[in-house]
Each structure stands twice: as structure tokens, then as C-alpha cells.
Design a protein around this ligand. Structure first.
Ligand code: NAI
Length: 488
């Protein structure tokens, strides 16, 4: 199953967690003993505790936290602009500790967890800068009259997160929300309840007023409660399409705006004139980060016929070199999937794919990694979101053909193209039905660039300047400089 011997070598990293108020360490991993709900600037046990849930360490199956779900909730708006830059500084200082918590609770490699923490503090830094430059318009009207617009907060925003990027999702939702003057109640996935608490404590330490960022633990029932709460002005959700539909339905009843960051089955198109080395690296980046549990992964890899064999051979060679194992080890690049039911689900897709495709390396018992070559568009592994380390390779002849096949999906989160022909690159991305398109790279996420989906992958955006519009509302002020011209 998993390299226990390697774990002993990790104790210095693990020990460095001990001074943290979060965790008391046990044999090479941690257990959380304090309450995991956060309200009014402190950890609390919910008054209406409705039973307990457990969170596990994916690599070992150990229980790392037992926590209570919360239902009753009330948050007061403070109207204060928090010091996000100080929060950014604290996250950078505590990067190793936060990354280790993320690695233990999620299973992603420590190497990758650190990258997630980087994109988290970068987000706080970015919106700290934007907060000061938020401005409305001044519009001249006849007769010296004029109008102006103000960007105002929405109120209490709810953030609901998935388990694959727990700290990053909490940061990407809360930083723009707080920068716009809102309060946020954040509900992490019950699989990964721990690191959002670290963010809450960091905000408090940074001087964010108590009550501006709160964490509520629980599953679907808690999420529903938050979406239906009459004090909630907006819901920002990251998760699956079926849950996204429910969130939208609930929000519609209260006429609440929603941001939906949902699933995907994104195409990655490799033309024969590509830089092969970069294209292979791009395909690995597009499929194997966080054990393939990434919404925008380019899992349908379309390769132009002339280079199909060479490309497949290189992909196989390089996937075989990926270091799989204990996610806390520095050289590990792929850890375990989030839990056993998810592993079984992914293996189910692999089993079906094996009947129709030539399949590459696969390992079972907590870790798997594979590719399926010679796939067809109608295969289940090509049509459905697997959310695991499974790359499907398909061949194509012409640009027109591949565009039609790439767009033949109800999802539209991301897409990628590798080619040396700059005109073709831009022509192709203009035709791709996806919210984020990569040219000659894949799965990089600079915080300056908006991220979000087309079609059933959702709407609204995270990151970038535009996200300010999703966490604020526009007030128009009309100013009369003359007399009132009455119709009566
Ligand atoms: N577009 C994006 O930015 C991202 C999308 N995802 C998508 O998320 C999915 C995997 O994440 P999961 O956590 O399994 O998704 P999920 O939809 O099962 O759960 C997501 C969150 O919603 C909550 N929830 C579940 N039912 C609810 C309900 N009825 N009302 C309110 N809240 C509810 C869960 O407790 C969790 O916090 C994949 O489809 C993936 O593609 C994941 C990461 C990023």
C-alpha cells in the first residue's frame, strides 16, 4: 500500500507542526483536537451540534479529525476593509506548516501543496492591491447634471469548497470577498475540514475584525442551510455539476447571485508541428497534478496522427518516471486519491477503458496512474469526468475535425493547444468553447488571470480584476444640478 518506512524520515517536517495551535502530532501525522468551526474570531463548538463526522488521512486511512457540523448561523457585517497584505505575509511565513496540513489531509504531494499555498498568498496580495483601486464612473449629463457609480459590498457571502484544493479554494473565495468589503462564511468539504481553519486564524492574526471570515463545518445539509439562509447575499461554489445545479436552484429562490466553478472534461490538442518535449510535459501537467483530481484537467488528449506513436511512447516513458508514494516525501510527485470510494470509482473507469483501449501503467491499492491510448470519442473514459490520474489519448487528422470533437461535450472549463504555428494557435483557441485556454502550456494559474467555465462547467469567474464584479454591486447616483422638470 504505502511506504511507511519513508514516513519516519519526515519527522522533522512533521514535528515543525507541533507548536501550531491546530495540531497535536502523533506517529508521523497529526490529529486535530480543537473545534473546527470558526466564528467571531475564535474556534467554537456549534450550539446546535448535530452529530460528528470524521476526516481521514488519505495516505493511511487514519482518522485525523472528528468534528461537529453546524447549522444555526448569524454573521454581522463590519464594513471594514481587512489587512490582506498582513495575511499574505503570515501565510508566506507559515507556508511549510500549512502545506504539510494540506498534504496530510488531502494526499497531494508536499511539493504541490507548497505551490497551492503560493497561489493562495498571491491571491491575498493581488486583491489587497486591487481593493485600494476599486472605483466607479463619473458620467456627465445635460445641463451640468451628472451621475456616478459606486461599488458596494453584497453583504454576507457564502463560500462552499471542494476537497481537491482546500486552502487555495478558501483563499480564492475569501480574498476578493473581503477586499470588496463583504463578510464570508466558508464551508469546506467534510473530507478536508482542517486548513480553512488555519486561514481563519491567519486572518484574525492579521487584524481582520472578528466575524468577517468564518468557517462552518458540515456536508450537504449544512451547505443547503447556508444557501437558503435569508441573511446570505451571495453563494460562490466549487464542486460537481449535480451539486452546482442544486445550489443554483436554492439561490434562485432567494434571487441570490451565484458563482459556479464546476467540473470539466477538457480537451488538449497536440498538433504535429508542436515542440514535442513541451507537449509531453504539458500533457503530464494537464493530467497528473493532485493525482488527476483537478477540475480543469486536459483529460482528452487529441494528438495529430503523424506524431501519435512518438507522443504516446514519450508519455509512457515519462509517466513511468513519476515518483508515486508517501506524499510527505520531498521527491514524491503523486500521492493517494482522496479516499477508497473515490479510488474504486476511478478504477471502475479504468476497468471499462481497458476493454476498449490499450492501457498503460496502473497500480492499485491507494495509488493508480494510467493512460489509455487509441481511445474513441464514445468511450465512457472519454466522455465522463473521472477526477483521477487517467489520461485518454485520441488521434485526429485535421484542425476542423479536432475542433468539432473537442467542443462535443457539455463541459467547457478549459482547453489547450500545442503548436508552433502562432496563427493556428489563436484561430483554434478562438473556436474552443472553454473559459480558460492554454497555448503551449497547461494548468498554470496566475492569480491575475480570470478562471471559470463555459457551458455546464459553470459561470462567474475567480481571480483577475473581473472577480471584483462578482463580489460587489453597483449603485448608480443621479445628481440634478438644475430644477426638477416635472411631468405633473
Ligand atoms: N471549476 C472549479 O474551479 C473546480 C471544480 N471542481 C469540481 O468539484 C468536483 C469534486 O468535488 P466534490 O467535493 O466531490 O464536489 P461536491 O459537489 O460533491 O461537493 C462540493 C461541496 O459542496 C457541498 N455540498 C454537497 N451537496 C450540497 C448541497 N446539496 N448543497 C450545498 N452544498 C453541498 C459539499 O459538502 C462540498 O463542500 C468535481 O466535479 C470537480 O470538477 C473541483 C475543483 C475546482
Amino acid at each position: 500500500m504505502f511506504l511507511r518506512a519513508g514516513r519516519a524520515a519526515l519527522s522533522p517536517l512533521v514535528r515543525s507542526l507541533q507548536p501550531s495551535p491546530v495540531a497535536a502530532m502523533s506517529t508521523g501525522t497529526f490529529v486535530v483536537s480543537q473545534p473546527l468551526n470558526y466564528r467571531g474570531g475564535a474556534r467554537v463548538e456549534p450550539a446546535d451540534a448535530s452529530g460528528t463526522e470524521k476526516a481521514f488521512e488519505p495516505a493511511t486511512g487514519r482518522v485525523i479529525a472528528t468534528f461537529t457540523s453546524a447549522f444555526k448561523y448569524g454573521v454581522k457585517l463590519h464594513g471594514a476593509l481587512p489587512n490582506l497584505l498582513e495575511g499574505c505575509r503570515i501565510i508566506r511565513d507559515r507556508e511549510d506548516e500549512i502545506a504539510a496540513v494540506e498534504c496530510i489531509n488531502n494526499g497531494k504531494s508536499i511539493f504541490e501543496a507548497r505551490l497551492d499555498i503560493d497561489t493562495s498568498w498571491q491571491c491575498l496580495e493581488y486583491y489587497a492591491g486591487l481593493a485600494a483601486s476599486m472605483a466607479g464612473e463619473h458620467i456627465q449629463l445635460p445641463g451640468g447634471s451628472f451621475g456616478y457609480t459606486r461599488r458596494e459590498p453584497l453583504g454576507v457571502c457564502v463560500g462552499i469548497g471542494a476537497w481537491n484544493y482546500p486552502f487555495q479554494i478558501a483563499s480564492w473565495k475569501s480574498a476578493p470577498a473581503l477586499a470588496c468589503g463583504n463578510a464570508m462564511v466558508f464551508k469546506p468539504s467534510p473530507f478536508t475540514p482542517v486548513s480553512a481553519l488555519l486561514l481563519a486564524e491567519i486572518y484574525t492574526e492579521a487584524g481582520v475584525p472578528p466575524g468577517l471570515f468564518n468557517v462552518v463545518q458540515g456536508g450537504a445539509a449544512t451547505g443547503q442551510f447556508l444557501c437558503q439562509h435569508h441573511d446570505v447575499a451571495k453563494v460562490s461554489f466549487t464542486g460537481s455539476v449535480p451539486t452546482g445545479m442544486k445550489i443554483m436552484e436554492m439561490s434562485a429562490k432567494g434571487i441570490k447571485p451565484v458563482t459556479l466553478e464546476l467540473g470539466g472534461k477538457s480537451p488538449l490538442i497536440i498538433f504535429s508541428d508542436c515542440d514535442m518535449n513541451n507537449a509531453v510535459k504539458g500533457a503530464l501537467m494537464a493530467n497528473f497534478l493532485t493525482q488527476g483530481q483537478v477540475c480543469c484537467n486536459g483529460t482528452r488528449v487529441f494528438v495529430q496522427k503523424e506524431i501519435l506513436d512518438k507522443f504516446t511512447e514519450e508519455v509512457v516513458k515519462q509517466t513511468q518516471r513519476i515518483k508515486i508514494g508517501d506524499p510527505l516525501l520531498e521527491d514524491t510527485r503523486m500521492g493517494p486519491l482522496i479516499n477508497r470510494p473515490h479510488l474504486e470509482r476511478v478504477l471502475g473507469f479504468v476497468k471499462v477503458a481497458k476493454d476498449g483501449a490499450h492501457c498503460g501503467p496502473s497500480y492499485s491499492g491507494g495509488f493508480i496512474l494510467m493512460f489509455a491510448a487509441n481511445c474513441r470519442d464514445d468511450m465512457t473514459c472519454v466522455k465522463e469526468e473521472i477526477f483521477g490520474p487517467v489520461m485518454s489519448i485520441l488521434s485526429f487528422d485535421t484542425e476542423a475535425e479536432v475542433l468539432e470533437r473537442a467542443n462535443d461535450t457539455t463541459f467547457g472549463l478549459a482547453a489547450g493547444v500545442f503548436t508552433r504555428d502562432i496563427q493556428r494557435a489563436h484561430r483554434v483557441v478562438a473556436e474552443l468553447q472553454a473559459g480558460t485556454c492554454f497555448i503551449n502550456n497547461y494548468n498554470v494559474s496566475p492569480v491575475e488571470l480570470p478562471f471559470g467555465g463555459y457551458k455546464k462547467s459553470g459561470f462567474g469567474r475567480e481571480n483577475g480584476r473581473v472577480t471584483i464584479e462578482y463580489y460587489s454591486q453597483l449603485k448608480t447616483v443621479c445628481v440634478e444640478m438644475g430644477d426638477v422638470e416635472s411631468a405633473f
